[in-house]
Design a protein around this ligand. Structure first.
Ligand code: AMP
Length: 209
């Protein structure tokens, strides 16, 4: 199964990607995580991406498309994969269609006001990429990752003023993908408001997992 998770930043794509990954046994490709790893490692790609990411803007299409192509060639993607945060523009979607066939684009639908409240409470593990939320999905031990024990951080782009810019970028550049995949008969939608378990239940039902 090749699946795209669509939705605003903070809609819960990363959390549901982890759920689907376990349930379906396929890896998740998060372009945000790949880019953050490149920034942390100080690679030329990371240096190129950092300023756009810090400002809540998109990294150039060619950079992201190249990164995804490389990742897709790895053997663990043989049975399928989940795209989390990719594609984010119609150009990226067209590039993806040229490389592989997508089975489904699943939209996790959450209104902007809820997103803003959520993102400012988000905590991430920079070591393994796991995500938590101080209210909705707290780690067992405050400030520490459940999976690997590393300290949790607030992403610089989860600060309130950057969140507004990221939402504007989403509406302008990524939302057109909803019509793009609807037009291909591949769009499914779940309501992204509720507890993590409730939303996972809706996701499982929508995907027949
Ligand atoms: P995310 O973790 O998916 O919210 O991504 C964090 C940031 O990485 C975004 O705000 C963008 O600056 C950049 N980014 C992630 N995925 C993409 C993509 N597919 N295209 C362009 N920029 C991206």
């Amino acid at each position: 199964m090749k699946l795209i998770l669509l939705g605003a930043p903070g809609a819960g794509k990363g959390t549901q990607a982890e759920f689907i990954m376990k349930k379906a046994g396929i890896p998740s490709i998060s372009t945000g995580n790949l880019l953050r790893a490149a920034v942390k490692a100080g690679t030329p790609l990371g240096l190129q991406a950092k300023s756009a990411m810090d400002a809540g803007k998109l990294v150039p299409d060619e950079v992201v498309i190249g990164m995804v192509k490389e990742r897709l060639a790895e053997p663990d993607c043989g049975k399928g994969c989940i795209f989390d945060g990719f594609p984010r523009t119609v150009k990226q979607a067209e590039a993806l269609d040229a490389i592989t066939t997508i089975d489904c684009a699943l939209l996790i639908d959450v209104p902007d006001a809820v997103i803003e409240e959520r993102m400012t409470g988000r905590r991430v593990c920079l070591a393994c990429g796991a995500t938590f939320h101080v209210a909705a999905n707290p780690p067992k031990q405050e400030g520490a990752c459940d999976k690997c024990g590393a300290p949790l951080s607030i992403r610089p782009d989860d600060k309130a003023e950057v969140v507004k810019d990221r939402l504007a970028t989403y509406h302008e550049q990524t939302e057109p993908l909803i019509d793009y995949y609807r037009g291909k008969g591949k769009l499914k939608t779940v309501n992204g408001q509720g507890t993590v378990d409730e939303i996972s239940g809706l996701v499982a039902k929508a995907l027949g997992l």
